[in-house]
Design a protein around this ligand. Structure first.
Ligand code: UDP
Length: 411
């Protein structure tokens, strides 16, 4: 870390080599004086805020002025947008005129409040999507959707498409989410910041301290899932898989979760799990990045048994620590885990249980998969790769748009 106390791109040299750093610097030099803004709907909780907090600082460190704004709204707004999130991942939605009106009105109010006179505007996920309709558009607007769009609810998607098609580019996390759209689509997988509290190297003492602080027993191997409390992460399935697994091996399950300001369902999901708590099933609702880190480091097995998953930063985070992950065979998890090489992909509770048992019993297997897992993340899922994709995109805009434009609210 530089003397400024901020991570700089050079800090990544130890992981990605000097050539990559020099290439990134060269690409960034072409973009000096650019003013970029990101818009999303929560400042903490969930992968998007994790990504933005690291990426915006890294881009500023490279001389590209990059901001981050958060849209505001009342609880009913976030209740509607969470329903939309669920429907985009394949759930049902009753898309009444009242819901559409409230959604569009709150975003209109945000457009009035936010004076965007940037050269590039990056809008994340469906919550702020209609912002674009309120600006006189004379700079590139990008819609970056992080959701698993493999089976979106058609009615909702048809409603959103006219907003999406106003954008100049759409970024999705994987080719599998490609939609029929007029707008060009790009595919950027998310990535992790190895210097964040969640991912930086911890000493054994620091790990012990965090686990002790939360009274997490370490006498038996730990099986861990770290996730927002969300049904798509299948926490009930994890508990069932654990109960099957412990018929064969002694272990302790820890489910650590948080909630996000734009996800009103978290509290309810958390409460629904509390009946399953027992001495060896520990369920914690806390925002503590160092605890996430400690658990991912110390776990014998990390589980991410999602039913849908746009990407799943928690998978890359655990893999970076050399911990093998048993992941649901869905969405972005399938691009991180190569079954049997650097972790396991599973499609049922029984399969998850069987892989947990194998890993808990076999230290050599854990070490082999864990080493491969870390190497996968080093090669493909560190933030420098994502940063470079953004720089390439911005440079490609520079070729077509004069990046001096601004978007002003239409009168
Ligand atoms: N996270 C956390 N505390 C928790 C649960 C999750 O800090 O109790 C973090 C986790 O480390 C990861 C992010 O929240 O960085 C979740 O991102 P992911 O892509 O896995 O899922 P999302 O919540 O975006 O669906």
């Amino acid at each position: 870390m530089s003397h400024s106390g901020l991570v700089q791109v050079e800090d990544y040299e130890q992981f990605v080599g000097a050539e990559t750093i020099e290439r990134i610097r060269r690409k960034a030099r072409l973009l000096q004086d650019l003013h970029v803004v990101n818009l999303n709907s929560t400042y903490y909780g969930g992968g998007v805020s994790q990504l933005l907090s690291s990426l915006t600082l890294l881009m500023n460190g490279l001389g590209i002025r990059t901001g981050w704004r958060v849209v505001h709204g009342p609880p009913d707004f976030f209740s509607i947008t969470k329903k939309m999130h669920n429907a985009l991942q394949g759930g049902k939605i009753n898309l009444t005129a009242r819901k559409r009106q409230l959604y569009e009105q709150v975003i209109y109010e945000n457009a009035i409040r936010n004076h965007l006179d940037h050269n590039v505007i990056i809008v994340h996920d469906p919550q702020p999507l209609p912002m674009i309709t309120h600006y006189r558009k004379n700079c590139p607007w990008i819609w970056r959707c992080h959701i698993d769009l493999s089976r979106p609810n058609q009615e909702l998607w048809d409603y959103l498409v006219p907003f999406v098609e106003k954008y100049d580019a759409v970024i999705l996390s994987s080719e599998d989410y490609r939609q029929r759209l007029e707008t060009p689509q790009l595919f950027f997988m998310p990535a992790i910041d190895p210097f964040s509290i969640t991912n930086r190297k911890l000493s054994q003492d620091e790990i012990d301290e965090r686990l002790r602080h939360y009274h997490i027993p370490t006498d038996l191997p730990l099986v861990v899932q770290v996730s927002r409390f969300d049904r798509w992460k299948d926490p009930e399935g994890v508990i069932q898989a654990f109960k099957l697994a412990r018929k064969e091996v002694d272990c302790t399950l820890v489910l650590l979760g948080n909630t996000a300001t734009d996800d009103p369902e978290g509290e309810e999901v958390y409460r629904s799990l509390l009946g399953s708590r027992e001495e060896r099933i520990i369920i914690i609702s806390r925002q503590d990045g160092a605890l996430v880190n400690a658990l991912q480091c110390r776990a014998a097995v990390v589980v991410q048994k999602s039913i849908r998953e746009g990407f799943g930063l928690t998978v890359a985070e655990a893999m970076w620590k050399g911990t093998p992950v048993v992941g649901g065979n869905v969405g972005g998890i399938r691009y991180q885990i190569q079954d049997g090489d650097n972790g396991f992909l599973v499609s049922s509770i029984e399969e998850a249980a069987e892989r947990i048992v194998r890993l808990v019993k076999d230290k050599q297997l854990r070490e082999r998969l864990g080493q491969q897992a870390r190497e996968t993340v080093r090669q493909r899922f560190l933030l420098t790769r994502l940063l470079e994709q953004y720089l390439d995109l911005l440079n490609s805009f520079e070729a077509v748009f004069p990046l001096t434009g601004a978007g002003r609210v239409q009168g």
